[in-house]
Structure formats: structure tokens, C-alpha cells
Design a protein around this ligand. Structure first.
Ligand code: EPU
Length: 426
């Protein structure tokens, strides 16, 4: 088991570059299934989730090669249609092959992902939307089994909630359906705009990207393309908050700061100086941050994936902050780990009241998911002594080069492998 040990007290300063967004690249790889031939995606992060998605595509019959920040996917005329639980349990986002497979092959068998550490995470909106497009969907032995023997047809679909995953699956199904599909209350995240851009380059007819109404006119076929992933706003936001928490001065390149408008505004309220260019941002903080309330919402609201960073900032801020989570029912799981670092947090339903402390106190803690893991390491920078974060394989799923980036910004941090304790092994 790998751990990250981080010494408290460092002030992060310098420049860090972010590569492509995990949550875009993964879906762009799935979108490649929509066209026979070779699709290339560039600016792809070197993280575990990308390796798992590559394996998902290989088992569907694609040839996939990864070279530095580039993934090349050769898609056969007839991809296979089954993705098993072994892969889906490692990467929930594998469910996004459902839409493309139904569109290309008229059938799909994808293991049901179940819940995970941040919440129950249903699939009802994916399923209802595809049913409205003419798919027949059943569940058996832990699989979602979908078929559309006479093809998908355009439909009007209203999402109860602007789900990112449901919007993506329905979009990828609609581009090859017969007729026009309208998706209302669609997600507006930059990653949705990115996939719409790639699909349009492939020959899809989509209007409304980045608005709550997506209109898709189905076409007969799509062509493979080369497409560059947008920068990762969550990794960029992590560095922005880390700069403010450590009273540092960090410039983040490779990111459109408009993706982080509300998050950066919160940092300004907390007392930071924020400067932006079209593809970079700088956060500079010369005093203890002031308390600031945060409410997570679908884009353009404050991203749920930055909630652990907001809790971290509140934990060392001057005053009391109210943090409200509206997207995932289990996102506060990591708060008991923050309490081990001495954070003063009381939760009530989906609200957390955080009383800031001048310093946190180092302790062994456990990463419960990708973002909580990164948040705990950054909180460790504000703790007296050395904090050891375990289960850091979660962090590997979303943050390429996390430890070396932290080091380049001036943190004292190391990664180590802890051998199994013989007392607990047979
Ligand atoms: N939901 C349903 N039914 C559905 C779909 C969603 O009830 O059919 C619920 C979920 O349970 C959740 C909420 O709606 O409570 C939002 O889920 P959404 O579908 O928007 O999220 P997702 O597609 O599963 C993606 C990102 C998450 C990110 C969320 C919200 C990927 C691979 N994952 O998840 O990223 O938090 O959107 O922005 O794109 C991460 O990167 O660490 C991460 C968790």
C-alpha cells in the first residue's frame, strides 16, 4: 500500500501546468466508438483511469495505444458489446460506453456500476432517456442489458437533474439516432462542451452545447478525428485552493479560468489576489484566509469535486464557514479524516459548519476518494508535523504527477510503499 507523507508549514509558490481533464478524456475515448477507424485524442492525463478505459475499449475489440499524452484508438467495423464488472467496478465512467454501443451496434451489455465512496449514484436518467429513444432495457445478473433492434430514434428528453453522465450517454446515442433529439435540463459542464466539439468534428449535428437544451439531428455515420482534451479544471482548482490555504503564490497554466469562475471568486472573498489570462490563473495569498460559505451545484456552480478543497480552506480560515453539498450524498465521508487532522467540523445532512483553526495537527489519514485524497494531502500542508495519507491509489486516478508537482511548488513530500504487517497476514 502506498502512502504520501507531507510536512506541514510549506508555502506553495511557483508555476504548475495542468494537462487534459480526466472527465473529458474518458468520455472522448468512449466517443471514439462512434466511428470506425483511427481516432486520436491528445492532452490526455497519465492516470490510472485512462489505463482502465483503454482496457474497456480493447475488450470491445479496439486497438488502443498510449504514448505520452496521446491515446490512439482503432475502432473495428463491429465493436463487441459487453463490458464486465471487473472493469466497471474499477472505473464507474465505463458506463459511458452504453450510449455509443447502442448507437453503433443496436445492443449493449454493461455491468451496473453500483454505488461508490461518494454516494449511491443512480442510472435512472441514463436508462429512461435511452428508453425514450426506443431502447429496451432490462437488468440481469448485475448487468444493464440494452437493445434497439430497429435502431434508436430521436426523442424529447427532460432530465430531472443535469446529470453529466446521463447527458453524455444520451448525446452519444442521439448523434447516430434517426431524427432529432432534444435533451432538456442537460448538463453544461465544460467537459460536455468538449465532447460536443469532438462529436461535431466527427460530423455530428449538435446545437446548444453549454446551454441547458441540447438539440441533436442524427446522422448516418461519423468519421474518426484527432481531438485535444480541454484542461482539467478540478486539478487547476486544487492548486488554486492549495495556494490560498498555504498563503502561497501559484500560477496554473493550461486552463481556461472561466471554467473556475465561482471557485476563484470564493478565493477572492477569502482574501486572495487572483489574476487570469485566457489560459492561466494566478492565486496569491499573503494572510490567513477569511471564512467563506460554499454551495456546490452543477456547472456553472461551485464544483462538487472541489468540495474537499473548500472544506480544507474553511478549516484553516479565520471564522466560521457553511459548506453545502448538493450533488453526492456521500461526499462528506472524508470529513472524519479531516477531524483527525484537528479540523473543527460539524455536519448536519448535506451541510457542514466549519470553524477555522490557525493550524491543523498532523495525523495518519486515509484517502476515501480521488478528491478527498488530494484535499487531505493539501490539508497536511497546513498541519504541524508530518501527515501520512494512505490509500493514495485514489489520488493516482485523477492527479498525474501529484507528488512531483507539489515538490516543484516547494512542499516537502514523499511517496512510500508500506509493506503488509506480518501480524495481519496468513
Ligand atoms: N444521478 C441519478 N441518476 C442518474 C444519474 C445521476 O440519480 O441517472 C445522480 C447521481 O447519483 C448524483 C448526481 O445525479 O447524485 C450527479 O451525477 P452526475 O451524473 O452528474 O455525475 P457523474 O456523471 O456520475 C461526473 C464526474 C464526477 C463529478 C460529477 C459531477 C466523471 C467520470 N465523473 O460524475 O467526477 O463529480 O460528474 O460534476 O465524469 C471525480 O472526478 O472525482 C468525480 C467524481
Amino acid at each position: 500500500m502506498d502512502v504520501i507523507r507531507v510536512s506541514g508549514g510549506a508555502r506553495l509558490a511557483g508555476e504548475v501546468h495542468v494537462v487534459g481533464a480526466k472527465n473529458s478524456s474518458l468520455k472522448l475515448m468512449a466517443a471514439a466508438l462512434l466511428a470506425e477507424g483511427r481516432t486520436t485524442i491528445t492532452n490526455v492525463p497519465r492516470i490510472t483511469d485512462i489505463l482502465i478505459m483503454a482496457e474497456v475499449l480493447r475488450r470491445l475489440g479496439c486497438e488502443v495505444s498510449l504514448d505520452r499524452d496521446q491515446v490512439t484508438i482503432d475502432v473495428p467495423a463491429e465493436p463487441r458489446v459487453e463490458t464486465d464488472y471487473d472493469l466497471v467496478r474499477r472505473l464507474r465512467a465505463s458506463i459511458c460506453v452504453l450510449g455509443p454501443l447502442l448507437a453503433r451496434r443496436g445492443q449493449a451489455r454493461v455491468a451496473h456500476p453500483g454505488g461508490d465512496a461518494i454516494g449511491s449514484r443512480g442510472l435512472d436518467m441514463h436508462i429512461h432517456g435511452l428508453e425514450r429513444m426506443g431502447a429496451e432495457i432490462t437488468g440481469e445478473h448485475g448487468y444493464v442489458i440494452a437493445s434497439a433492434p430497429s435502431g434508436l430514434r430521436g426523442a424529447s428528453i427532460w432530465l430531472d437533474f443535469p446529470s453529466v453522465g446521463a447527458t453524455e450517454n444520451l448525446l452519444m446515442a442521439a448523434v447516430l439516432a434517426k431524427g432529432t433529439t432534444e435533451i432538456d435540463n442537460a448538463a453544461r459542464e465544460p467537459e460536455i462542451v468538449d465532447i460536443c466539439r469532438m462529436l461535431t468534428e466527427m460530423g455530428a449535428q449538435i446545437s446548444g452545447a453549454g446551454t441547458p437544451t441540447l438539440v441533436v439531428d442524427g446522422v448516418d455515420e461519423l468519421r474518426p478525428v484527432t481531438h485535444a482534451t480541454i484542461g482539467d479544471r478540478i486539478v487547476a482548482g486544487t492548486w488554486a485552493f492549495a495556494a490560498a490555504m498555504t498563503r502561497g503564490d501559484v500560477t496554473v497554466t493550461g486552463i481556461d479560468p472561466m471554467f473556475l469562475e465561482i471557485a476563484l471568486d470564493k478565493l477572492v472573498t477569502a482574501g486572495a489576489l487572483v489574476q487570469t489570462t485566457p489560459d492561466s490563473l494566478r492565486v496569491c495569498m499573503d494572510r490567513r484566509p477569511s471564512a467563506v460559505d460554499v454551495v456546490t451545484l452543477p456547472f456553472p456552480g461551485f464544483a462538487t469535486d472541489l468540495l474537499p478543497m473548500a472544506v480544507g480552506l474553511a478549516s484553516v480560515a479565520d471564522g466560521v464557514s457553511l459548506i453545502t453539498e448538493n450533488i453526492f450524498d456521500g461526499r462528506f465521508m472524508f470529513i472524519s479524516e479531516m477531524a483527525r487532522l484537528g479540523a473543527d467540523i460539524r455536519t448536519e445532512g448535506h451541510h457542514a459548519v466549519v470553524r477555522g483553526r490557525e493550524r491543523l495537527s498532523s495525523a495518519p489519514v486515509r484517502a476515501t476518494d480521488i478528491r478527498a485524497g488530494a484535499g487531505l494531502v493539501v490539508a497536511g500542508l497546513c498541519a504541524d508535523g508530518v501527515t501520512e495519507v494512505s490509500h493514495v491509489n485514489h489520488i493516482d486516478r485523477g492527479y498525474p504527477d501529484f507528488v512531483s508537482d507539489l515538490r516543484s511548488l516547494g512542499a516537502t513530500v514523499e511517496r512510500a510503499t508500506i509493506p503488509d504487517d506480518p501480524a495481519f497476514t496468513f
